[in-house]
Structure formats: structure tokens, C-alpha cells
Design a protein around this ligand. Structure first.
Ligand SMILES: [Zn+2]
Ligand SMILES: [Zn+2]
Length: 305
């Protein structure tokens, strides 16, 4: 899977950074896209990055501050203009239902597809199927704000059909037993062990996408042992007091959470408009003093997980 940032600025956009939004590209895994946060202009950013609104399956919002939400009405209604009928799920803190219903009604808009809205009020599993599980936990911000832990389930071992054919073992009643790893006796007398003809279990990936927050225990739990952690880093370390006062983190905070959680990789985003792209190096170096495997997101940067 790939994670692509569509907006990386905190609060308001700059000439270099749009406001918060990112796409988890699961087209290879399930033919779908998941969107995390939906700041203003997200639909245009999606077009530039060649992500189709029709492929959106789930939109997760971390919280209802405008810089994470104001792009939502456009995304929802443009998806209808495409005559798209595939269902869409929206998972966000309580209040999102009222926001969406009010915007649709007042603007004389309508949706051509079923929209399933799940309002979050407490910690829990918010999505699960045979491929993925997503857990949400409340972080510490000025308003209710959630972080998400996305777990790709392990792909069970498959029968290696080519290897079976090479050994001249034909498809037949043996296959179901071999698939379970059992030992079978073939008609020709050969004794075959299923475990010798199975591919390896493919380990699933784990990532954590956290919303706006000061450092907290929930962040460490969500990011425990993940392959990739997305954490806000609104300010540099020198502005620590300002960051905390406004419910935000610094570069050092983000790096410390990554270290405490034993994450493998940290991507910092939600960067204050006070910083230009020229400041990236300085911000990354601050974080690296605590957690070496740190990068900073820029708009349209894509990370393979
Ligand atoms: Zn924000
Ligand atoms: Zn916020």
C-alpha cells in the first residue's frame, strides 16, 4: 500500500502546502482508496494526484476542525456528479452527521450513492473485514480528536500450485488436505507433506495515522510497533509552550512518541504556516535527534508501506 499526502499545512493553506488530507491507496489490495481528513481543496488535490473519487470507499476524519473537514462537502457532492453509485462510509467524531446533512440540505445538493455515517464517541474498532482492522482512540486536543491504527491482516499460506505440478501432483482431492498442511499418500504411493508445498504467510503491515494532539498515552498505544507512524508536528521545539497551549505537538514530541511506541518510521505532517519548505531540513533534524528514521511530509509525497 501507499500513503500519499494531499495537504500538510496546519490551520490554513500556504502557497506551498494545502491543509490536511491523505490517501491510503489500497487499489492493489482491494481496488479502493481510503481518505484520512479532508481539508479544503482535497478534491482538486485528488485530481492532481490521479485519485478517482469513485474509488473512495471510506473517509476517516480525525476531528471536526475546519482545516480537516472543509473539503468534505465538495468531495461528497462531486462524487455524485460522476453518477457514482458505490457506497461510501464516513467515520468521524460525533457532529459529522449534522454537518453533512445541513450542508446537503441548505445547498440543495443530493447524493446518488448510499452514505453510511459512523459517529465516534469512544475508543473502539471502527472497521473490520477479512483484510483490515481499524482501531480508533481519543487523543488530546482542544476538541474530540481521534487517531487511527490500521492493521493489515496476515495473508495465510497458499498452496504452491506450480510446485505441485512440477512434482507431477495433479489437482484433486489431495489439494484440500495439502492446503491444511496435512500429509497425504498419493495413488502412486508417494507420501507428500502439505507444509512442503505452501507459500510463506505474508505478514500484514501496520500503520498509525494520528490527528491533532499533544503527546499522550493513546498515541503510543496506537503507534505500537507500526511500520509507519503519521504524527503532527505543528511547531519546532523552541515553540513548545505555544504548541502545547494550542493542543499541538512539536518535532521533538512527535519523535518521542515514535521512539516510545517502537515505530519503525515517522512521517511528520500538519506543519505551521510559519515554516516554508526551506525549513524542512531544520525540522527533520530536530526530530532525528530523538528518532532517526524521521521524514517530513510535503504535498503529493508518497510513501510505500
Ligand atoms: Zn489541524
Ligand atoms: Zn485541530
Amino acid at each position: 500500500m501507499n500513503l500519499t499526502f494531499l495537504g500538510t499545512s496546519a490551520g490554513s493553506p500556504t502557497a506551498e502546502r494545502n491543509v490536511s488530507s491523505m490517501v491510503l491507496d489500497l487499489r492493489q489490495e482491494r481496488g479502493k482508496l481510503w481518505l484520512f481528513d479532508c481539508g479544503e481543496t482535497t478534491q482538486m488535490q485528488m485530481q492532481k494526484a490521479k485519485f478517482s473519487l469513485a474509488k473512495l470507499e471510506i473517509i476517516f476524519l480525525t476531528h471536526l476542525h475546519g482545516d480537516h473537514v472543509f473539503g468534505l462537502p465538495g468531495v461528497l457532492t462531486s462524487r455524485s456528479l460522476m453518477q457514482n453509485q458505490s457506497p461510501l462510509t464516513l467515520i468521524a467524531p460525533k457532529g459529522i452527521k449534522q454537518l453533512v446533512e445541513t450542508v446537503i440540505e441548505i445547498s440543495y445538493s443530493w447524493l446518488t450513492y448510499p452514505l453510511n455515517i459512523i459517529e465516534l464517541e469512544e475508543n473502539g474498532i471502527v472497521f473490520e473485514d477479512n483484510q483490515f482492522q481499524v482501531e480508533a482512540k481519543l487523543l488530546k486536543h482542544r476538541v474530540p480528536c481521534f487517531g487511527y491504527r490500521i492493521i493489515e491482516k496476515d495473508l495465510p499460506a497458499q498452496l504452491d500450485i506450480d510446485k505441485l505440478k512440477q512434482a507431477n501432483i495433479q489437482a484433486g482431492s489431495y489439494y484440500s488436505d495439502l492446503k491444511k498442511g496435512k500429509t497425504v499418500t498419493l495413488d502412486d504411493g508417494r507420501i507428500i507433506r502439505g507444509v512442503d508445498y505452501q507459500s510463506k504467510v505474508k505478514k500484514g503491515k501496520k500503520l498509525a495515522i494520528l490527528g491533532d494532539t499533544i503527546p499522550c498515552q493513546a498515541s503510543i498505544e496506537l503507534a505500537n510497533d507500526v511500520d509507519l507512524l503519521v504524527h503532527e508536528a505543528t511547531q519546532e521545539n523552541a515553540l513548545k509552550d505555544k504548541a502545547l497551549e494550542r493542543g499541538h505537538s512539536t518535532t521533538i514530541h512527535a519523535a518521542t512518541i515514535a521512539k516510545q511506541a517502537k515505530a519503525k518510521r515517522l512521517i511528520m505532517t500538519h506543519i505551521s504556516p510559519r515554516y516554508s519548505l526551506n525549513d524542512n531540513k531544520k525540522l527533520v533534524n530536530e526530530a532525528k535527534s530523538v528518532f532517526v528514521n524521521t521524514e517530513i511530509a510535503t504535498d503529493f509525497a508518497s510513501f510505500h508501506v
